[in-house]
Design a protein around this ligand. Structure first.
Ligand code: URA
Length: 233
């Protein structure tokens, strides 16, 4: 059971004070009765709460996948730059979602956003070694020695990387698929740099066994399906 004003505040209907005023005006009904007491306890799953003509569909958590475009930062807010959360419509922003991990400003592709701290933590915990798959376009062709070096563990200035997968998924040896089980700063770019190659374009295509929905254009997002959420949980 949850206090009515708390539930409505969580759902973005205003501050507790604003909600109190709404209720005094008779704008809020619970199971058909006008309610004026903000401290009334309701069952958020079962009670039918209306604000005006709008049925309040309560839920605690939201889970989104975004095809992050280049040019926005993976943060909740930023003084100067557009963030991935700025791209969300208000109906989702009211849940205070955060991006699960970071992609560089110029990296595109799969980014989960949620307000479920536990799921975020599970996906990012170094202990879980969640798989992240990237497509990288690079300046030089990838060779067998690069594949072996990635599998061995590339030494970087912050320590040796965990063994990583590297393969060429198509015809072009300058277009590589990289599988990481960790997430260090600029990791893919630095791994290629250590092999004398520059990354020109980077896109994450899967994380934790869930692939990017390729029907999402850069900047678009959708809620995760129950099956995707099951895979991640
Ligand atoms: N590795 C990088 O270098 N950049 C990213 O955005 C993600 C992984």
């Amino acid at each position: 059971m949850l206090r009515l004003d708390k539930m409505l505040a969580h759902m973005g209907y205003g501050t507790r004070n604003e909600i109190k005023k709404l209720m005094r005006r008779g704008a809020v009904t619970v199971d058909g009765e006008t309610v004026k007491s903000p401290e009334l306890k309701v069952d958020p799953e079962a009670s039918r709460v209306f604000v005006g003509a709008e049925l309040v569909r309560y839920r605690e958590f939201i889970y989104l996948m975004m095809n992050k475009p280049a040019g926005v930062v993976s943060a909740v807010r930023d003084e100067a730059q557009e963030t991935v959360v700025d791209l969300l419509e208000r109906a989702y922003r009211i849940f205070h979602p955060f991006p699960v991990g970071r992609l560089d400003k110029d990296t595109e592709g799969l980014l989960f956003l949620t307000n479920d701290g536990q799921l975020g933590h599970r996906l990012l915990s170094p202990k879980k070694q969640v798989d992240k798959i990237y497509i990288a376009e690079i300046t030089e062709p990838v060779g067998e020695s690069d594949v072996a070096a990635f599998a061995e563990g590339i030494p970087l200035d912050d320590g040796i990387c965990l063994p990583a997968g590297l393969r060429i998924p198509g015809e072009d040896p300058r277009r590589a698929e990289v599988t990481l089980r960790e997430g260090r700063y600029h990791q893919v770019k630095r791994m290629f740099q250590s092999r004398g190659k520059e990354v020109l374009y980077l896109k994450r295509v899967a994380m934790g066994g869930v692939p990017l929905d390729e029907s999402l254009n850069p900047g678009e997002y959708r809620e995760l399906t129950p099956e995707e959420l099951r895979i991640l949980s």
